[in-house]
Design a protein around this ligand. Structure first.
Ligand SMILES: [Zn+2]
Length: 136
C-alpha cells in the first residue's frame, strides 16, 4: 500500500500513475523491516544501510565491538517507523519530480469558433480565421 502519493499526481494520466506506483513499490522501504533491522542487526548499522545512510552504517560497523551501536539502535528502533515514512515521502517526491521532467503534461487549450467552426485559442477574443468576436 502506498500512503505517500503526492498531491501533484492529481493531474497525471493512468499510465503516469502506474509508472509512479511501480517505481514506489520497487524502491520504497518497509516500516516493519526497518524496526527489525534496528532490533536484530542494529549492532552493524543495518537499519542505517537500509535507509541509505551509508556513512552512519559504516560508523556502526567500526564500533560494533564497543556495544554502543547495539544500545543506540535499540532506542532507534522506536523511531524507525517515522524515519521510514520520511524516507518514502522523499522518495515519492523524487520520483514525481523525475517523471515531471520526462513527461510534462502539456495542456491544450482550444475551442471551436462559434461562427466558422475553426479551432482557435481558448482565451482568444476574436477568431483568428474569420475574425468574428468570441463570446465566452
Ligand atoms: Zn471563426
Amino acid at each position: 500500500m502506498i500512503a505517500t502519493t503526492p498531491l501533484l499526481a492529481a493531474g497525471w494520466n493512468d499510465q503516469q500513475r502506474a509508472a509512479f506506483q511501480a517505481q514506489m513499490s520497487a524502491w520504497q522501504k518497509d516500516e516493519v523491516v526497518g524496526v527489525l533491522f534496528a532490533l536484530f542487526l542494529g549492532t552493524f548499522g543495518a537499519h542505517h544501510f537500509y535507509l541509505r545512510r551509508t556513512g552512519l552504517g559504516i560508523l556502526y560497523c567500526c564500533f560494533f565491538w564497543t556495544g554502543l551501536p547495539t544500545l543506540v539502535s535499540m532506542i532507534e528502533a522506536f523511531f524507525m517507523p517515522e524515519r521510514v515514512r520520511e524516507y518514502n515521502a522523499q522518495l515519492a517526491a523524487y520520483i514525481a519530480a523525475q517523471m515531471g521532467t520526462v513527461t510534462p503534461a502539456v495542456a491544450v487549450y482550444s475551442r471551436a469558433c462559434p461562427a466558422c467552426g475553426s479551432t482557435i485559442n481558448a482565451d482568444a477574443n476574436f477568431c483568428s480565421i474569420c475574425g468574428s468576436k468570441i463570446t465566452k
